[in-house]
Structure formats: structure tokens, C-alpha cells
Design a protein. Structure first.
Length: 318
């Protein structure tokens, strides 16, 4: 359909197959505002409730998929890594999708690297895309989801590197640094699990999405690959979670052992010096002894301390 007075924030491209004469439009809108929402309402006649959900000021806590007359509305979340070097946090990025015959509209809550990269690829080399062959919004959606899910493997690789680094730090006895790294890993894994746990169910619903251009069995084959991706991501997350729990237990065991050693040393010093204090107090009560016995008292204290030290050594408490 013809688009007029397109707001500057809307990125648009058309993937066309000259052999079939078919085409599909992709509109990508980062952080949509009032102008973009109004443009979509007038051009595509989407429901206001769905457009308000797509506003930059609005966010959804769960995935949504709604079949409407003439289009499909969907909200999905994907993990992204915030800036922060080794201790970078993983957060959820929300993307709203409007999918209809001959068009697909994506509205990410913030600029997403994998989505932007794929959009630019489509601009430069659309002929290499599967959606160029079929000129179908269902196939273009499959390729977009495939890129977004593939980015999860990049984050999982970063988790694996962080786990290996945490193991080295624990063995090098840098307890404070290890504690911070393990805490950050657990935070990232929990967030990723929350984000991706519903992807499989949503994609299974998309497998039943009607298409006038793609046979149902062929569409099921493509989206089945996405389901396998979600399973692989979940399995890796489970393995990484178990590894981080083992690292946490190891860190706590080392920390407890170190604390126990410190407490044992302090207790031994306390026993030795409290005994010497007792001896000094007993001799000080004998006022008739005078200062002449000072060296005798001192020698007795030294012998008592040495005897206790030897006892602790024999018992292997030191």
C-alpha cells in the first residue's frame, strides 16, 4: 500500500521478487512516539490498544500474541547485553510486531544490534534472503526471529567465558572479585531464563499461522527450526546455571575454610595469652614475693606458653 508523509523515525524497505511480482514491506521503528503511532493508525488501521502497547512509554511483562482481522499482533522479549565490560548486565528488550499480508512492522523499545544489522543486510543484499524468494511476511518474520534468537548464542558464549574466568579467580584466591563475578553471572542467567522461557510456546503458535503464499508444511518446517533453537538455548542455560551453582558452592567452601582457619588461629592465640594472663594474676597476688621473683614469673609464663604451643602442634591444630 502507498505510504505518504512517513515520519523520519520510520525505517522502511521493500523486498521484492521481480520474477513473481510479489513484495513484502518491512517497517522498523525504534522507540516509537506519537507521530509514528498516529501514522500506523491512519495507514494500517491497527487497534488503538495494540498501538498504545507499542508506545515507547509502555512495556509488557509477558509475551503476547493476538490474531486480529487482517493482521497478527505480537510482543516478544529478547536478551540484550548492557554496556559494562566484564560485569555487563543482561536485560530484556521488548519488540512489538504487526504482521499482515505483504507487510511486517517491528517496534523495538530500544535500538537492537541484531535487528538493526539484519535490517541493513536486507537493504544491501535482499536477493540473498529467503523472504526474497517467497516475498512473504511469514518468511520474513522467520528470518527476523532467527537472527534475534541467534544473538542469544553470542550472550551464552560471553557467559561461558565469564564462567571460565570465575573459576580461575576462585582458584587464585581472589574471593571478593570472585563473589562479584558469580553474583553477576547468576543475575544474567536468571534474566535470560525469564526472557526465553516462553519463546518456544509462542513460536509453536506461529507454526499454525495461515499464509496464502507458503504451504503449511513448509512453514511448519521453518518455524520448527526456531523451536529447536529455543530448546538448544534453554539446554545451554541449564548447563550454565548448574556450573555457576557449582562455582558458588566452591567459592563458599573456600571462604568458609579460610574463615575457619582465621578463627582457629585467633582462638589458639586467645587460649595461650589468656593462660599467661592467669599466671601473671596468680603471682601478682603474692605481695611478699617482691620484684626479685619477676624473672621467675616471666620464665614460668614462657614455659607455659611453649608447652601449650607444642600441644597444639602435636594435635595438628596449627
Amino acid at each position: 500500500m502507498p505510504l505518504k508523509k512517513t515520519p523520519k523515525n520510520i525505517q522502511r524497505l521493500t523486498i521484492a521478487n521481480p520474477q513473481t511480482g510479489l513484495s513484502v514491506d518491512w517497517l522498523n521503528i525504534n522507540s516509537p512516539g506519537k507521530a509514528e503511532i498516529e501514522f500506523l493508525r491512519k495507514t494500517y488501521n491497527f487497534k488503538l490498544t495494540h498501538l498504545h502497547a507499542s508506545s515507547a512509554k509502555s512495556s509488557s511483562e509477558r509475551p503476547v500474541i493476538i490474531h486480529e482481522d487482517g493482521y497478527l499482533f505480537m510482543i516478544l522479549h529478547f536478551p540484550v547485553r548492557e554496556d559494562g565490560g566484564q560485569n555487563a548486565k543482561v536485560a530484556a528488550a521488548e519488540i512489538e510486531f504487526f504482521i499482515g499480508h505483504g507487510f511486517i512492522i517491528t517496534l523495538p523499545s530500544a535500538s537492537l544490534e541484531p535487528l538493526n544489522d539484519f535490517f541493513n543486510l536486507c537493504k544491501k543484499d535482499s536477493a540473498s534472503l529467503l523472504s526474497h524468494e517467497f516475498a512473504s511476511s511469514a518468511i520474513l518474520l522467520y528470518e527476523i526471529l532467527n537472527k534475534l534468537l541467534s544473538y542469544s548464542f553470542v550472550l551464552l558464549d560471553k557467559n561461558s567465558l565469564a564462567i571460565a574466568e570465575a573459576e580461575k579467580i576462585i582458584l587464585s584466591d581472589e574471593q571478593k572479585k570472585a563473589a562479584g563475578l558469580i553474583l553477576n553471572l547468576r543475575h544474567n542467567l536468571i534474566n535470560m531464563r525469564k526472557i526465553v522461557q516462553n519463546h518456544k510456546n509462542i513460536i509453536k503458535q506461529l507454526m499454525a499461522m495461515p499464509s496464502s503464499l507458503i504451504p503449511a508444511d513448509q512453514l511448519k518446517k521453518y518455524y520448527g527450526r526456531l523451536v529447536e533453537q529455543t530448546k538448544n538455548i534453554w539446554e545451554i542455560l541449564e548447563n550454565q546455571r548448574e556450573m555457576v551453582e557449582v562455582l558458588r558452592d566452591s567459592h563458599e567452601s573456600l571462604a568458609n575454610y579460610k574463615l575457619s582457619s582465621i578463627m582457629k588461629t585467633l582462638t589458639i592465640f586467645y587460649v595461650i595469652f589468656s593462660s599467661l594472663t592467669l599466671i601473671a594474676a596468680i603471682f601478682s597476688m603474692n605481695t611478699a614475693a617482691g620484684a626479685a621473683n619477676f624473672w621467675l614469673i616471666l620464665a614460668g609464663m614462657a614455659v607455659a606458653g611453649l608447652v601449650m604451643f607444642l600441644i597444639f602442634k602435636i594435635k595438628k591444630w596449627l
